[in-house]
Write a protein that binds this ligand. Sequence first.
Ligand code: IMP
Ligand code: MG
Length: 170
Amino acid sequence: MRELYSAEDIATTVQRLGAEISADYPAGNVLLIGVLKGSFIFIADLIRAIAVPTVVDFVSLASYGSDTASSGIVEFRKDLDMSITDRDVVIIEDIIDSGRTLETLCHLLQQRRPRSLKVCTLLDKHARREVPIAADYVGFSIDNGFVVGYGLDMDERYRNLGTICLLPQS
Ligand code: IMP
Ligand code: MG
């Protein structure tokens, strides 16, 4: 495994994202929606980097496909606890790859009529996008390759790494 981002790199980036979100919602009352499981460490750090009043909720999605590619067929394994109607919502993702998971989630959430809906992702594999969707807040842009650590897994392993690492290609 090769380290792509150190714990320090990640902390600096999370502070920047927190400052961007704080600046965009000066009145606060932002609802962060963490997409489990991959975003759990990211959102834990990010929420402490946001200086305005913020609430948090989580969704868990079941997406069907192979281990390293998603089919875009997505359903809730765990839905939100809260209503998002008339709220300012920011989806917090670990990584966007094809974009299919996020596209489906945005579509499902738009039907509930939030006041606004934005997306923050720690990592963006923009070159692999299969649907036209972009994040409003991006931590790191990366090329091809499978990354793990800081919440991201490969078959549930490596989530506990404090760094983000590139797995060797198999
Ligand atoms: P998409 O629907 O192709 O954008 O898939 C996004 C989801 O696939 C992410 O939320 C991750 O759960 C998973 N994923 C995609 N690429 C990686 C990676 O490099 N490492 C770990 N998980 C990944
Ligand atoms: Mg994810």
